[in-house]
Design a protein around this ligand. Structure first.
Ligand code: B12
Ligand code: SF4
Length: 477
Protein backbone atom coordinates (compact mmCIF):
# COMPACT_ATOMS: atom_id res chain seq x y z
CA UNK A 1 0.00 0.00 0.00
CA UNK A 2 1.24 3.52 -0.84
CA UNK A 3 0.73 6.02 1.97
CA UNK A 4 1.02 9.78 1.64
CA UNK A 5 1.23 11.96 4.76
CA UNK A 6 0.36 15.59 4.09
CA UNK A 7 1.22 18.64 6.17
CA UNK A 8 -1.03 21.43 4.89
CA UNK A 9 0.22 24.93 4.18
CA UNK A 10 -0.95 27.71 6.50
CA UNK A 11 -4.21 29.40 5.53
CA UNK A 12 -4.30 32.52 7.69
CA UNK A 13 -1.89 35.33 6.69
CA UNK A 14 -0.65 35.54 10.29
CA UNK A 15 0.41 31.87 10.22
CA UNK A 16 2.00 32.45 6.79
CA UNK A 17 3.95 35.29 8.35
CA UNK A 18 5.03 33.14 11.33
CA UNK A 19 6.45 30.66 8.87
CA UNK A 20 8.83 33.26 7.45
CA UNK A 21 10.39 33.59 10.92
CA UNK A 22 10.18 30.00 12.17
CA UNK A 23 9.46 26.84 10.24
CA UNK A 24 9.76 23.49 11.98
CA UNK A 25 9.93 20.11 10.29
CA UNK A 26 6.66 18.14 9.82
CA UNK A 27 7.47 16.13 12.92
CA UNK A 28 4.06 14.48 13.32
CA UNK A 29 4.21 13.19 9.73
CA UNK A 30 7.81 12.00 10.24
CA UNK A 31 6.81 10.08 13.38
CA UNK A 32 3.81 8.46 11.71
CA UNK A 33 5.98 7.51 8.72
CA UNK A 34 8.37 5.90 11.23
CA UNK A 35 5.65 3.36 12.05
CA UNK A 36 5.11 2.25 8.45
CA UNK A 37 6.97 -0.97 7.64
CA UNK A 38 7.61 -2.63 4.23
CA UNK A 39 5.97 -3.84 2.04
CA UNK A 40 4.03 -0.61 2.62
CA UNK A 41 5.60 2.49 1.15
CA UNK A 42 5.33 5.96 2.67
CA UNK A 43 6.04 9.53 1.56
CA UNK A 44 5.64 12.95 3.15
CA UNK A 45 4.22 15.91 1.27
CA UNK A 46 5.12 19.06 3.21
CA UNK A 47 3.07 21.79 1.61
CA UNK A 48 4.38 24.36 4.12
CA UNK A 49 7.67 24.54 2.18
CA UNK A 50 6.06 24.84 -1.25
CA UNK A 51 5.78 28.16 -3.08
CA UNK A 52 2.76 26.82 -4.97
CA UNK A 53 1.32 24.26 -2.55
CA UNK A 54 -1.75 23.20 -4.54
CA UNK A 55 0.26 22.65 -7.71
CA UNK A 56 2.87 20.61 -5.81
CA UNK A 57 0.13 18.57 -4.13
CA UNK A 58 -1.64 17.80 -7.41
CA UNK A 59 1.65 16.71 -8.96
CA UNK A 60 2.36 14.43 -5.99
CA UNK A 61 -1.10 12.84 -6.28
CA UNK A 62 -0.73 12.22 -10.02
CA UNK A 63 2.81 10.85 -9.80
CA UNK A 64 2.69 8.81 -6.58
CA UNK A 65 -0.99 7.77 -6.75
CA UNK A 66 -1.30 6.91 -3.03
CA UNK A 67 -3.85 4.39 -1.71
CA UNK A 68 -4.10 6.08 1.69
CA UNK A 69 -3.65 9.79 2.49
CA UNK A 70 -3.29 11.13 6.02
CA UNK A 71 -3.91 14.83 6.70
CA UNK A 72 -3.08 16.59 9.96
CA UNK A 73 -2.89 20.11 11.31
CA UNK A 74 -4.05 22.98 13.48
CA UNK A 75 -7.70 24.04 13.77
CA UNK A 76 -6.99 27.03 11.53
CA UNK A 77 -5.93 24.58 8.80
CA UNK A 78 -9.10 22.47 8.82
CA UNK A 79 -10.53 24.27 5.79
CA UNK A 80 -7.35 23.61 3.81
CA UNK A 81 -7.43 19.94 4.79
CA UNK A 82 -10.98 19.77 3.46
CA UNK A 83 -9.87 21.30 0.16
CA UNK A 84 -6.93 18.91 -0.11
CA UNK A 85 -9.09 15.86 0.66
CA UNK A 86 -11.65 17.03 -1.92
CA UNK A 87 -8.94 17.26 -4.58
CA UNK A 88 -7.66 13.80 -3.66
CA UNK A 89 -11.13 12.25 -3.97
CA UNK A 90 -11.55 13.96 -7.35
CA UNK A 91 -8.19 12.83 -8.78
CA UNK A 92 -8.06 9.39 -7.10
CA UNK A 93 -11.70 8.36 -6.48
CA UNK A 94 -10.82 5.13 -4.63
CA UNK A 95 -8.33 6.69 -2.22
CA UNK A 96 -8.77 6.19 1.52
CA UNK A 97 -8.47 9.47 3.43
CA UNK A 98 -7.79 9.99 7.10
CA UNK A 99 -7.77 13.18 9.16
CA UNK A 100 -5.73 13.38 12.37
CA UNK A 101 -3.82 16.01 14.35
CA UNK A 102 -4.77 18.61 16.91
CA UNK A 103 -8.12 19.69 15.40
CA UNK A 104 -9.40 16.17 14.75
CA UNK A 105 -8.24 15.12 18.23
CA UNK A 106 -9.92 17.91 20.14
CA UNK A 107 -13.02 18.49 18.01
CA UNK A 108 -13.86 15.30 16.05
CA UNK A 109 -17.56 16.18 15.71
CA UNK A 110 -16.51 19.16 13.57
CA UNK A 111 -14.66 16.81 11.20
CA UNK A 112 -17.50 14.48 10.20
CA UNK A 113 -17.41 14.84 6.42
CA UNK A 114 -17.79 11.33 4.91
CA UNK A 115 -17.47 12.66 1.37
CA UNK A 116 -13.97 13.96 2.20
CA UNK A 117 -12.55 11.90 5.07
CA UNK A 118 -13.07 8.17 5.54
CA UNK A 119 -11.52 8.15 8.99
CA UNK A 120 -11.04 10.67 11.78
CA UNK A 121 -8.29 9.87 14.29
CA UNK A 122 -8.11 11.24 17.82
CA UNK A 123 -4.66 11.32 19.43
CA UNK A 124 -1.49 9.51 18.46
CA UNK A 125 -1.15 8.86 14.74
CA UNK A 126 1.64 6.31 15.19
CA UNK A 127 -0.63 3.87 17.03
CA UNK A 128 -3.42 4.71 14.59
CA UNK A 129 -1.46 3.94 11.43
CA UNK A 130 -0.24 0.66 12.92
CA UNK A 131 -3.82 -0.34 13.80
CA UNK A 132 -5.20 0.70 10.41
CA UNK A 133 -2.49 -1.12 8.44
CA UNK A 134 -2.86 -4.24 10.60
CA UNK A 135 -6.59 -4.35 9.80
CA UNK A 136 -5.94 -3.81 6.08
CA UNK A 137 -3.14 -6.43 5.99
CA UNK A 138 -5.35 -9.06 7.57
CA UNK A 139 -8.23 -8.28 5.23
CA UNK A 140 -10.48 -6.98 8.01
CA UNK A 141 -12.77 -3.98 7.73
CA UNK A 142 -11.50 -0.60 8.93
CA UNK A 143 -11.11 -0.38 12.71
CA UNK A 144 -13.79 1.40 14.71
CA UNK A 145 -12.83 2.51 18.22
CA UNK A 146 -13.23 5.69 20.28
CA UNK A 147 -10.01 7.03 18.70
CA UNK A 148 -10.26 5.70 15.12
CA UNK A 149 -13.65 6.80 13.86
CA UNK A 150 -14.97 5.82 10.40
CA UNK A 151 -17.04 8.81 9.31
CA UNK A 152 -19.70 6.64 7.66
CA UNK A 153 -20.26 4.62 10.83
CA UNK A 154 -23.66 5.04 12.55
CA UNK A 155 -21.64 5.12 15.79
CA UNK A 156 -19.58 8.18 14.79
CA UNK A 157 -21.60 10.74 16.76
CA UNK A 158 -21.67 8.61 19.89
CA UNK A 159 -17.93 7.86 19.77
CA UNK A 160 -16.87 11.39 18.83
CA UNK A 161 -18.42 12.98 21.93
CA UNK A 162 -16.63 10.63 24.31
CA UNK A 163 -13.78 12.18 26.33
CA UNK A 164 -10.42 12.02 24.49
CA UNK A 165 -8.82 8.55 24.62
CA UNK A 166 -5.81 7.90 26.89
CA UNK A 167 -2.38 8.87 25.53
CA UNK A 168 -0.81 6.11 23.43
CA UNK A 169 2.83 5.44 24.24
CA UNK A 170 3.69 4.32 20.67
CA UNK A 171 4.09 7.87 19.34
CA UNK A 172 6.65 8.80 21.91
CA UNK A 173 8.86 5.78 21.35
CA UNK A 174 9.04 6.01 17.56
CA UNK A 175 11.92 7.57 15.64
CA UNK A 176 10.92 10.14 13.00
CA UNK A 177 11.68 9.50 9.30
CA UNK A 178 13.65 12.67 8.59
CA UNK A 179 15.00 11.08 5.43
CA UNK A 180 11.59 11.69 3.82
CA UNK A 181 11.90 15.49 3.94
CA UNK A 182 14.47 18.07 2.91
CA UNK A 183 15.84 19.01 6.34
CA UNK A 184 17.61 22.06 4.97
CA UNK A 185 14.24 23.84 4.71
CA UNK A 186 13.55 24.11 8.44
CA UNK A 187 14.84 26.94 10.60
CA UNK A 188 14.15 28.93 13.73
CA UNK A 189 15.02 32.37 14.99
CA UNK A 190 17.78 32.56 17.62
CA UNK A 191 19.39 35.57 19.22
CA UNK A 192 22.79 34.54 20.61
CA UNK A 193 24.50 35.94 23.70
CA UNK A 194 25.43 39.54 24.59
CA UNK A 195 28.04 41.06 22.23
CA UNK A 196 28.21 37.86 20.15
CA UNK A 197 28.65 37.96 16.39
CA UNK A 198 26.13 35.58 14.82
CA UNK A 199 26.54 33.79 11.49
CA UNK A 200 22.77 33.88 11.10
CA UNK A 201 19.65 34.79 13.03
CA UNK A 202 17.83 31.90 11.31
CA UNK A 203 19.80 28.66 11.91
CA UNK A 204 18.63 25.22 10.80
CA UNK A 205 16.77 23.29 13.45
CA UNK A 206 15.41 19.82 14.25
CA UNK A 207 12.47 18.90 16.49
CA UNK A 208 12.79 16.38 19.30
CA UNK A 209 9.94 15.19 21.49
CA UNK A 210 10.81 13.94 24.99
CA UNK A 211 7.30 13.86 26.50
CA UNK A 212 3.60 14.28 25.74
CA UNK A 213 0.91 15.92 27.86
CA UNK A 214 0.95 18.19 30.88
CA UNK A 215 -0.44 17.88 34.41
CA UNK A 216 -1.39 21.60 34.60
CA UNK A 217 -4.81 22.96 33.66
CA UNK A 218 -4.44 26.47 32.22
CA UNK A 219 -7.91 27.59 31.18
CA UNK A 220 -6.97 28.62 27.61
CA UNK A 221 -5.04 25.45 26.75
CA UNK A 222 -6.29 22.29 25.03
CA UNK A 223 -3.45 20.05 26.19
CA UNK A 224 -4.92 18.96 29.55
CA UNK A 225 -8.24 18.23 27.83
CA UNK A 226 -6.48 15.93 25.36
CA UNK A 227 -4.03 14.40 27.82
CA UNK A 228 -6.42 14.36 30.78
CA UNK A 229 -3.63 15.61 33.02
CA UNK A 230 -1.34 12.68 32.09
CA UNK A 231 2.35 13.10 31.24
CA UNK A 232 4.09 10.45 29.12
CA UNK A 233 7.87 10.46 29.23
CA UNK A 234 10.26 8.99 26.72
CA UNK A 235 13.29 6.96 27.73
CA UNK A 236 16.07 9.57 28.07
CA UNK A 237 18.80 7.28 26.68
CA UNK A 238 16.81 7.21 23.45
CA UNK A 239 16.41 11.02 23.54
CA UNK A 240 20.19 11.46 23.90
CA UNK A 241 20.85 8.98 21.06
CA UNK A 242 18.45 10.83 18.78
CA UNK A 243 19.91 14.26 19.57
CA UNK A 244 23.49 12.99 19.13
CA UNK A 245 22.59 11.59 15.71
CA UNK A 246 21.26 14.89 14.34
CA UNK A 247 23.29 17.07 11.97
CA UNK A 248 21.47 20.27 13.01
CA UNK A 249 23.04 22.40 15.72
CA UNK A 250 19.70 23.64 17.08
CA UNK A 251 17.02 21.47 18.69
CA UNK A 252 13.43 22.55 19.44
CA UNK A 253 11.76 20.44 22.14
CA UNK A 254 8.21 20.02 20.84
CA UNK A 255 6.91 18.78 24.18
CA UNK A 256 3.72 20.20 25.58
CA UNK A 257 5.76 21.07 28.67
CA UNK A 258 9.37 19.87 28.84
CA UNK A 259 10.58 20.54 32.40
CA UNK A 260 7.75 18.92 34.42
CA UNK A 261 9.99 16.18 35.83
CA UNK A 262 13.03 18.08 37.14
CA UNK A 263 14.95 14.94 38.18
CA UNK A 264 14.62 13.45 34.72
CA UNK A 265 15.60 16.71 33.00
CA UNK A 266 18.63 16.98 35.30
CA UNK A 267 19.77 13.51 34.22
CA UNK A 268 19.11 14.31 30.56
CA UNK A 269 21.34 17.41 30.75
CA UNK A 270 24.04 15.42 32.55
CA UNK A 271 23.94 12.69 29.92
CA UNK A 272 24.21 15.19 27.07
CA UNK A 273 27.22 16.80 28.75
CA UNK A 274 28.84 13.41 29.55
CA UNK A 275 28.40 12.27 25.95
CA UNK A 276 29.91 15.53 24.68
CA UNK A 277 26.79 16.37 22.63
CA UNK A 278 27.23 20.00 21.61
CA UNK A 279 23.87 21.42 20.55
CA UNK A 280 21.75 24.45 21.31
CA UNK A 281 18.25 23.97 22.69
CA UNK A 282 14.97 25.86 22.61
CA UNK A 283 12.29 24.81 25.04
CA UNK A 284 9.09 25.81 26.80
CA UNK A 285 9.23 26.02 30.61
CA UNK A 286 6.86 27.34 33.28
CA UNK A 287 7.95 30.21 35.52
CA UNK A 288 7.12 28.29 38.71
CA UNK A 289 9.35 25.40 37.55
CA UNK A 290 12.22 27.83 36.90
CA UNK A 291 11.81 29.38 40.37
CA UNK A 292 11.74 25.96 42.05
CA UNK A 293 14.78 24.64 40.15
CA UNK A 294 17.17 27.49 39.24
CA UNK A 295 20.12 25.02 39.38
CA UNK A 296 18.45 22.86 36.75
CA UNK A 297 18.43 25.79 34.32
CA UNK A 298 22.07 26.59 35.18
CA UNK A 299 22.94 23.00 34.28
CA UNK A 300 20.90 23.21 31.08
CA UNK A 301 22.72 26.40 30.18
CA UNK A 302 25.93 24.35 30.34
CA UNK A 303 24.29 21.64 28.21
CA UNK A 304 23.42 24.24 25.54
CA UNK A 305 20.00 25.71 26.39
CA UNK A 306 19.73 29.01 24.51
CA UNK A 307 16.12 30.21 24.39
CA UNK A 308 13.36 29.54 26.92
CA UNK A 309 9.73 30.06 25.93
CA UNK A 310 7.67 31.06 28.97
CA UNK A 311 3.92 31.51 29.10
CA UNK A 312 4.07 34.43 31.55
CA UNK A 313 0.60 35.48 30.34
CA UNK A 314 0.54 38.49 32.69
CA UNK A 315 2.13 40.16 35.69
CA UNK A 316 -1.31 40.84 37.21
CA UNK A 317 -2.62 38.50 39.92
CA UNK A 318 -6.27 38.71 38.78
CA UNK A 319 -5.38 37.70 35.21
CA UNK A 320 -3.23 34.76 36.30
CA UNK A 321 -6.06 33.55 38.54
CA UNK A 322 -8.58 33.87 35.71
CA UNK A 323 -6.31 31.83 33.41
CA UNK A 324 -5.80 29.22 36.18
CA UNK A 325 -2.08 29.61 35.56
CA UNK A 326 -1.06 28.50 39.06
CA UNK A 327 1.95 30.80 38.92
CA UNK A 328 2.21 34.18 40.64
CA UNK A 329 3.41 37.58 39.36
CA UNK A 330 6.41 37.33 41.69
CA UNK A 331 7.29 33.90 40.26
CA UNK A 332 7.10 35.38 36.77
CA UNK A 333 9.46 38.21 37.75
CA UNK A 334 11.83 35.85 39.59
CA UNK A 335 11.94 33.40 36.65
CA UNK A 336 12.89 36.24 34.31
CA UNK A 337 15.67 37.28 36.67
CA UNK A 338 17.04 33.73 37.01
CA UNK A 339 17.20 33.27 33.24
CA UNK A 340 18.69 36.72 32.59
CA UNK A 341 21.41 36.06 35.18
CA UNK A 342 22.24 32.90 33.27
CA UNK A 343 22.37 34.87 29.99
CA UNK A 344 19.50 32.78 28.62
CA UNK A 345 17.23 34.42 26.07
CA UNK A 346 13.53 34.56 26.84
CA UNK A 347 10.47 34.27 24.63
CA UNK A 348 7.77 35.96 26.70
CA UNK A 349 4.22 34.88 25.81
CA UNK A 350 1.61 37.32 27.13
CA UNK A 351 -2.15 36.86 27.03
CA UNK A 352 -4.48 39.62 25.89
CA UNK A 353 -8.05 39.28 27.12
CA UNK A 354 -10.81 40.37 24.70
CA UNK A 355 -12.23 42.12 27.78
CA UNK A 356 -9.25 44.48 27.94
CA UNK A 357 -9.89 48.22 28.10
CA UNK A 358 -7.35 50.90 27.16
CA UNK A 359 -5.90 50.88 30.71
CA UNK A 360 -5.29 47.11 30.54
CA UNK A 361 -3.27 47.57 27.35
CA UNK A 362 -1.27 50.27 29.14
CA UNK A 363 -0.50 47.81 31.93
CA UNK A 364 0.86 45.42 29.27
CA UNK A 365 3.16 48.25 28.08
CA UNK A 366 4.67 48.29 31.57
CA UNK A 367 4.91 44.48 31.58
CA UNK A 368 6.90 44.63 28.35
CA UNK A 369 9.30 47.12 29.96
CA UNK A 370 9.70 44.90 33.00
CA UNK A 371 10.27 41.65 31.13
CA UNK A 372 12.53 43.01 28.41
CA UNK A 373 14.79 42.09 26.74
CA UNK A 374 12.75 39.23 25.34
CA UNK A 375 11.14 37.99 22.16
CA UNK A 376 7.52 38.93 22.83
CA UNK A 377 4.42 37.15 21.58
CA UNK A 378 0.91 38.29 22.42
CA UNK A 379 -2.04 35.96 21.99
CA UNK A 380 -5.72 36.72 22.34
CA UNK A 381 -7.50 34.62 24.95
CA UNK A 382 -9.72 32.18 23.01
CA UNK A 383 -11.43 29.00 24.27
CA UNK A 384 -9.89 25.97 22.49
CA UNK A 385 -12.13 24.21 19.95
CA UNK A 386 -13.75 21.04 21.27
CA UNK A 387 -13.52 21.94 24.95
CA UNK A 388 -16.35 22.72 27.39
CA UNK A 389 -15.26 26.38 27.49
CA UNK A 390 -15.63 26.52 23.69
CA UNK A 391 -19.12 24.98 23.83
CA UNK A 392 -20.14 27.39 26.62
CA UNK A 393 -19.04 30.43 24.58
CA UNK A 394 -20.80 29.23 21.39
CA UNK A 395 -23.57 31.87 21.44
CA UNK A 396 -21.10 34.72 21.77
CA UNK A 397 -18.67 33.93 18.92
CA UNK A 398 -18.18 36.83 16.55
CA UNK A 399 -17.12 34.78 13.51
CA UNK A 400 -19.28 32.28 11.71
CA UNK A 401 -16.76 29.45 11.98
CA UNK A 402 -14.46 30.26 14.93
CA UNK A 403 -12.18 27.25 14.26
CA UNK A 404 -11.07 28.74 10.97
CA UNK A 405 -9.84 31.82 12.83
CA UNK A 406 -8.24 29.89 15.66
CA UNK A 407 -4.71 31.28 15.57
CA UNK A 408 -4.94 32.97 18.98
CA UNK A 409 -4.42 36.30 17.21
CA UNK A 410 -7.92 36.61 15.77
CA UNK A 411 -10.34 36.99 18.63
CA UNK A 412 -13.30 34.64 18.45
CA UNK A 413 -15.00 36.28 21.43
CA UNK A 414 -16.45 39.80 21.41
CA UNK A 415 -14.07 42.54 22.53
CA UNK A 416 -14.95 45.22 25.07
CA UNK A 417 -13.31 47.88 22.89
CA UNK A 418 -14.50 48.30 19.30
CA UNK A 419 -12.59 45.74 17.19
CA UNK A 420 -10.75 48.42 15.26
CA UNK A 421 -9.46 50.02 18.45
CA UNK A 422 -8.67 46.64 20.00
CA UNK A 423 -6.45 45.70 17.05
CA UNK A 424 -4.82 49.11 16.95
CA UNK A 425 -3.76 48.67 20.59
CA UNK A 426 -2.85 45.02 19.91
CA UNK A 427 -0.54 45.90 17.01
CA UNK A 428 1.14 48.57 19.17
CA UNK A 429 2.08 45.83 21.64
CA UNK A 430 3.93 43.96 18.89
CA UNK A 431 5.70 47.19 17.96
CA UNK A 432 6.80 47.81 21.55
CA UNK A 433 7.87 44.18 21.90
CA UNK A 434 9.88 44.30 18.66
CA UNK A 435 11.91 47.24 20.02
CA UNK A 436 12.98 45.12 22.99
CA UNK A 437 14.20 41.91 21.41
CA UNK A 438 17.45 40.47 22.78
CA UNK A 439 19.81 41.24 19.86
CA UNK A 440 19.08 44.97 20.06
CA UNK A 441 19.52 45.17 23.81
CA UNK A 442 22.38 42.64 23.93
CA UNK A 443 24.20 44.40 21.06
CA UNK A 444 24.48 41.14 19.14
CA UNK A 445 25.92 41.59 15.64
CA UNK A 446 23.85 39.90 12.96
CA UNK A 447 24.21 39.73 9.17
CA UNK A 448 22.54 42.70 7.47
CA UNK A 449 20.33 40.48 5.27
CA UNK A 450 18.90 38.75 8.38
CA UNK A 451 18.32 42.06 10.08
CA UNK A 452 16.45 43.32 7.00
CA UNK A 453 14.36 40.12 6.92
CA UNK A 454 13.47 40.57 10.60
CA UNK A 455 12.69 44.25 10.18
CA UNK A 456 10.53 43.73 7.09
CA UNK A 457 8.76 40.80 8.78
CA UNK A 458 8.00 42.98 11.81
CA UNK A 459 6.50 45.76 9.65
CA UNK A 460 4.41 43.20 7.73
CA UNK A 461 3.03 41.58 10.89
CA UNK A 462 2.29 44.99 12.45
CA UNK A 463 0.32 45.97 9.34
CA UNK A 464 -1.56 42.64 9.27
CA UNK A 465 -2.54 42.99 12.93
CA UNK A 466 -3.51 46.63 12.56
CA UNK A 467 -5.96 45.67 9.79
CA UNK A 468 -7.16 42.43 11.38
CA UNK A 469 -10.58 43.91 12.25
CA UNK A 470 -11.33 43.80 8.51
CA UNK A 471 -11.46 39.97 8.69
CA UNK A 472 -14.74 40.30 10.60
CA UNK A 473 -18.22 41.33 9.62
CA UNK A 474 -18.50 45.14 9.51
CA UNK A 475 -21.06 45.17 12.33
CA UNK A 476 -18.29 44.21 14.80
CA UNK A 477 -15.85 46.98 13.78
C1 B12 B 1 5.75 23.14 18.89
C2 B12 B 1 4.42 23.85 18.70
C3 B12 B 1 4.33 24.75 17.63
C4 B12 B 1 5.41 24.94 16.57
C5 B12 B 1 5.11 24.09 15.31
C6 B12 B 1 5.22 22.60 15.54
C7 B12 B 1 5.51 21.85 14.25
N1 B12 B 1 6.07 20.69 14.35
O1 B12 B 1 5.26 22.33 13.19
C8 B12 B 1 5.21 26.44 16.24
C9 B12 B 1 5.98 27.24 17.27
C10 B12 B 1 5.61 26.87 14.83
C11 B12 B 1 3.71 26.56 16.51
C12 B12 B 1 2.90 27.46 15.88
C13 B12 B 1 1.56 27.63 16.18
N2 B12 B 1 0.88 27.00 17.16
CO1 B12 B 1 1.64 25.59 18.25
N3 B12 B 1 2.21 24.27 19.43
C14 B12 B 1 3.31 23.62 19.57
C15 B12 B 1 3.25 22.64 20.77
C16 B12 B 1 4.05 23.23 21.93
C17 B12 B 1 3.73 21.23 20.43
C18 B12 B 1 3.14 20.70 19.11
C19 B12 B 1 3.95 19.54 18.56
O2 B12 B 1 4.70 19.69 17.62
N4 B12 B 1 3.80 18.36 19.17
C20 B12 B 1 4.48 17.15 18.72
C21 B12 B 1 3.70 16.52 17.53
C22 B12 B 1 4.35 15.22 17.12
O3 B12 B 1 2.39 16.26 18.02
P1 B12 B 1 1.07 16.49 17.10
O4 B12 B 1 1.30 17.48 16.07
O5 B12 B 1 -0.08 16.63 18.01
O6 B12 B 1 0.96 15.07 16.37
C23 B12 B 1 0.52 13.87 16.99
C24 B12 B 1 -1.02 13.69 16.95
O7 B12 B 1 -1.75 14.88 16.91
C25 B12 B 1 -1.26 12.84 15.74
N5 B12 B 1 -1.34 13.41 14.40
C26 B12 B 1 -0.83 14.55 13.91
N6 B12 B 1 -1.04 14.65 12.59
C27 B12 B 1 -1.69 13.54 12.20
C28 B12 B 1 -2.10 13.10 10.94
C29 B12 B 1 -2.74 11.85 10.84
C30 B12 B 1 -3.17 11.37 9.53
C31 B12 B 1 -2.98 11.06 12.01
C32 B12 B 1 -3.64 9.75 11.90
C33 B12 B 1 -2.58 11.52 13.27
C34 B12 B 1 -1.91 12.73 13.35
O8 B12 B 1 -0.10 11.98 15.76
C35 B12 B 1 1.06 12.74 16.13
C36 B12 B 1 2.07 11.85 16.81
O9 B12 B 1 1.62 11.39 18.08
C37 B12 B 1 1.70 22.58 21.03
C38 B12 B 1 1.22 22.16 22.38
C39 B12 B 1 1.42 23.10 23.57
N7 B12 B 1 1.69 22.60 24.73
O10 B12 B 1 1.34 24.28 23.45
C40 B12 B 1 1.21 23.93 20.45
C41 B12 B 1 -0.16 23.96 19.74
C42 B12 B 1 -0.28 22.73 18.86
N8 B12 B 1 -0.06 25.18 18.93
C43 B12 B 1 -1.17 25.84 18.87
C44 B12 B 1 -1.35 27.05 18.14
C45 B12 B 1 -2.68 27.76 18.36
C46 B12 B 1 -0.35 27.56 17.31
C47 B12 B 1 -0.44 28.82 16.45
C48 B12 B 1 -1.75 29.07 15.77
C49 B12 B 1 -0.04 29.96 17.38
C50 B12 B 1 0.06 31.34 16.78
N9 B12 B 1 -0.50 32.29 17.46
O11 B12 B 1 0.62 31.57 15.75
C51 B12 B 1 0.69 28.58 15.42
C52 B12 B 1 0.14 27.95 14.11
C53 B12 B 1 1.16 27.70 13.07
C54 B12 B 1 0.57 27.19 11.76
N10 B12 B 1 1.41 26.65 10.94
O12 B12 B 1 -0.59 27.29 11.47
C55 B12 B 1 -2.28 25.15 19.62
C56 B12 B 1 -3.20 24.42 18.63
C57 B12 B 1 -4.66 24.52 18.98
C58 B12 B 1 -5.50 24.16 17.79
N11 B12 B 1 -6.66 23.64 18.11
O13 B12 B 1 -5.18 24.38 16.65
C59 B12 B 1 -1.46 24.24 20.60
C60 B12 B 1 -2.15 22.95 21.07
C61 B12 B 1 -1.12 25.14 21.82
C62 B12 B 1 -2.21 25.31 22.85
N12 B12 B 1 -1.80 25.17 24.10
O14 B12 B 1 -3.35 25.57 22.58
N13 B12 B 1 3.32 25.63 17.41
S1 SF4 C 1 1.45 24.57 31.41
FE1 SF4 C 1 1.44 24.87 29.17
S2 SF4 C 1 0.83 22.89 28.27
FE2 SF4 C 1 0.36 22.81 30.46
S3 SF4 C 1 -1.82 23.37 30.59
FE3 SF4 C 1 -0.61 25.28 30.89
S4 SF4 C 1 -0.36 26.18 28.83
FE4 SF4 C 1 -1.05 24.04 28.57
Amino acid sequence: MKILLVRPHPRLPTSQWLQTMLLLEPYAQELIAGAVQPPHDVRICDLAVQKQPLKAYRRMLMEYRPDLIGFGGFSGQYLINRELAGLAKEILPGVLTCLGGIHASSYPTDCKAPELFDLVVRGDGVSAIKTILKAIDSGQSLPETDWILPTSSPNFDRLAVKPPPPLHPDGINTRPRRDLVDISKYFCICYGEPNQKLKTLFPRIACVRTSVGCPNRCSFCVVHFLANGKYLQRDIEDVVDEIASLPQEYIYFVDDETFINAKRMWRLAEMLIERGVKKKYLSWARSDTICRHPDLFALWKKAGLELVYIGFESLEENNLTEYNKKATPSQNRKAREILRNLNLNIHAALMINPDFAKEDFEIVHKTIEELSPAEFAFTVLSPPPGTEAFAAARDTFICEDPCLYYDCLHTILPTKLPLKTFYRYFSILYGLGAARIPPRINRVRVPVRDFIKLFRGGIKLGWQLHRMYRDYDRKHW
